[in-house]
Design a binder for this molecule. Structure first.
Ligand code: PLP
Length: 414
């Protein structure tokens, strides 16, 4: 980064400080990961200079021979990875990708079913103040407050009552596996289009440890930067019959020039995910999450749904006498990063809710395994049980840093 150092010391220093933060802390935000050096090189490459509106072989600007090759590789690898009929790798990120899907397959005002935000849905799944909630008539299902799981009979009842044009499944804060086949069966009963949003779990699906919706669902969206461990961005997979509508909605419907540096990064990430080592990664992410859940429950943490099938955990801290916001803040002080989160049946405000959300994708990329999960559970418990003990926090911060420095982050030399 010597060029940045010379031209812009302020940004250089900030990046250096962020490197240190990433290297010395435990990253438990379940939507984050560490991408490979190869992916980062692509994102920082000269590909950022090129305009390439259109699709491979059908562009609006000249000079596309290398870009077409790169984007075609990304598409072919994604198809192989997920067994998809058609793939669009141009969406800038998950939210615009979901917007493109709705724009492609719905009319404004159409009825759509999605999961409530406070039960684990995403803002693009019909939050009333978001574009999705304003442009479409979202009716929202929830999870069973007792079990923390989606009640498929309630989904069926709502589908028959509201006759949605589309049913959205796949979530941002839901720790359990999803019954794709049952969602598809319900959608077929009412003639709805099926849309799966696998942003959180795509890496576990590609790694073969969670079931894939791709064979059953009409459209599947994923971000590429979460468990899939690629660059920031997204992709849309769909059945051939929706291919034209999806492509047109992404460009020119919603976006202009695609970010080909990010698309090159996606191509590299898909190749990495096709390697046998990625299957091991997926399996270890899941094992680590299950083990962390077990170790926290031993310490009287109340986990929503009493555990996890995925990379993600959600805890209600009410019995610990702290709020989600307090826990996030005090854990940040010792170098453990996670986020406050609402829980099903939330009685507090989203800015200071009862729960926290965390997960294992990033720490597993660093090579952490069960013994480290044990230590993390212990630190979390001691910090949360002693939120005013600054001496303890200082001591744990040192222990966290010492452990972290044994597990390198790709692209960071310490
Ligand atoms: C992360 C996420 C998105 C949005 O991704 P951005 O890239 O942040 O816009 C959409 N849906 C779900 C379920 C997600 O978890």
């Amino acid at each position: 980064m010597s060029a940045i150092q010379k031209s812009d010391p302020q940004i250089y220093e900030a990046i250096e400080r962020e490197k240190r933060r990433q290297a010395e802390g435990i990253e438990l935000i379940p939507s984050e990961n560490y991408t490979s050096e190869a992916v980062m090189e692509a994102c920082g490459s000269i590909l950022t200079n090129k305009y390439s509106e259109g699709y491979p072989g059908k562009r609006y600007y000249g000079g596309q021979e290398n870009i077409d090759h790169i984007e075609t590789l990304a598409i072919e690898r994604a198809k192989e990875l997920f067994g998809a009929e058609h793939v669009n790798v141009q969406p800038y990120s998950g939210s615009p990708a979901n917007t493109a899907i709705y724009f492609a397959l719905l009319e404004f005002g159409d009825t759509v079913m999605g999961l409530k935000l406070e039960h684990g849905g995403h803002i693009t799944h019909g939050l009333p103040i978001a574009f999705s909630g304003k442009a479409y008539n979202f009716v929202q299902y929830g999870v069973d407050i007792e079990t923390g799981r989606i009640n498929m009979e309630e989904v069926r009842k709502m589908a028959h009552e509201h006759k949605p044009k589309m049913i959205v499944a796949g979530f941002t804060a839901y720790p359990r596996d999803i019954d794709w086949k049952e969602f598809k069966a319900i959608a077929d009963e009412v003639g709805a289009i099926t849309m799966a949003d696998i942003s959180h779990t795509a890496g576990l699906i590609a790694g073969g440890v969670l079931e894939s919706p791709v064979p059953y669902f009409d459209v599947v969206m994923s971000t590429t930067h979460k468990t899939l461990r690629g660059p920031r961005g997204a992709m849309i997979m769909c059945k051939e019959k929706f291919a034209k509508a999806i492509d047109r909605a992404v460009f020119p419907g919603l976006q202009g020039g695609p970010h080909e540096h990010a698309i090159a990064g996606k191509a590299i990430a898909f190749k990495e995910a096709l390697q046998p080592s990625f299957k091991e990664y997926g399996a270890q992410v899941k094992k680590n999450a299950a083990y962390l859940a077990e170790k926290l429950m031993e310490r009287d943490f109340k986990l929503i749904s009493d555990g996890t099938d995925t990379h993600l955990l959600l805890a209600d801290l009410t019995n610990k006498g702290v709020t989600g916001k307090q826990a996030q803040h005090v854990l940040d002080e010792v170098g453990i990063t996670l986020n406050k989160n609402t829980i099903p049946g939330e009685t507090r405000s989203p800015m200071d809710p009862s729960g926290i959300r965390f997960g294992t994708p990033a720490i597993t990329t660093r090579g952490m395994k069960e013994p480290e999960m044990d230590r993390i559970a212990d630190w979390m418990d001691r910090v949360i049980s002693n939120i005013d003990d600054e001496a303890l926090h200082a001591q744990i911060k040192e222990e966290v840093k010492e452990m972290c420095l044994k597990f390198p982050v790709p692209g960071i030399k310490v």
